[in-house]
Design a protein around this ligand. Sequence first.
Ligand code: GUN
Ligand code: FE
Length: 452
Amino acid sequence: NSEGSRGPVAQVFRGTFIHSTAQTALQVLEDALLGVDTAGKIAFIGKGETVLELSQKFGFNPSEVIKLAQHEFFMPGMIDTHIHASQYSYAGTALDMPLLQWLSTYTFPVESHFKDLEFARKVYTQVVKRTLRNGTTTACYFATIHTDSSLLLGQIANDFGQRALVGKVCMDRNDSVEHYRETVQESVDETHRFIKELLNKKYPLVKPVVTPRFAPSCTEALLKQLGTIAKNNNLHIQSHISENLDELKLVKELFPDSETYTDVYHKFNLLTDKTIMAHGCHLSDKELTVFRETGTSLSHCPNSNISLCSGILDARNVLNHKVKLGLGTDVAGGYSSSILDAVRRTLDASKVLTIQNPEHKNLTFEEVFRLATLGGSQALSLDDKIGNFEVGKDFDALRINVAARGGPIDLVQCEAPKILLEKFLNLGDDRNIVEVFVAGRKVVPCADLTVE
Ligand code: GUN
Ligand code: FE
């Protein structure tokens, strides 16, 4: 199962590789060899052939093969499909109100501080470093309405080597915090400037995303223009939908002509195969069908949904509707920046639905593993590039040592890879994530770059 090389092989690893494919949620390759080329792409993944055979075919030195230890394995880097970089400073606090009050009491006042570039630099550096350590190789970020600090977030992700989608937030409706609002024209002009300046930097791993905050923060005039900008530039779009029942009521009041919340976005061409919508706890089956038909994906953010008492997404139903689904931390509505936490909350939320209705078929850990990796890549329309260990994809990977010294997991005996993965997903933390690779480049433990 090794295929033709794409260029000189630069690194070769030998050991256990665990990933998901479209067909199987969990594929374990034991004692396999994986080669990464000089461009950071997977050149081959071989099992069965000898090291000598592979080294002759792909031209590497067998003595330079890096061998994993017994309790180690490689898995694809995890993908956080929804995180507010600008809310990291108050993560772990302020979870005592429902969504709309929470936004005006805590979120908008904090986000308004990102006008200050030095404050932004501090927080954005922290969040990029922390999420990388936690195994997030790709993050889909919301910044704030401020173009220059949003550009700085892109620069920081690039400098630390994290793959990122970055959105300058757009909002022309907000009565709660003075100055934390744009006019339609400002929002449109600054979105153009953000896209142009970010693309001009030619960061290889960072892309701009058109980011209407959510329908209640935007007028129809703004939504319309943002739909056009995304279309004309073939860009990703991100927003929030159907998170909380008061929000649904507000959307009905603000957009009386739209039949559903989904219709509001659909009407303005904001539902595309490059759109990722967070939450969707209260979407109807009919709305999910529109997601499916337009190729729109959902980001499941269970920590946030529980912390803000928003609702519980029926992830099984989303999958049954064949809607692309990834996991999100939704910092700071979700208090943890770790996508491993999102894995656990996803399992818990799904099991709560089974407690309430024994007929419910809750997600398995294998399925949730897929959501954190391949599912995320599909949700962000990056599955041609990342998400698993297929030849030709970028090597975005985590080297996991389940028995890491000083770590949270004790092993009594040698365990099968599937058990090791299950232990890591349920009990592990950053101490078990001993190396993080993005596009073939090791970014942890050596990501302590100086950010200019
Ligand atoms: N809806 C609109 N803005 C936000 C936000 O910042 N966080 C969450 N969880 N929901 C939102
Ligand atoms: Fe959010």
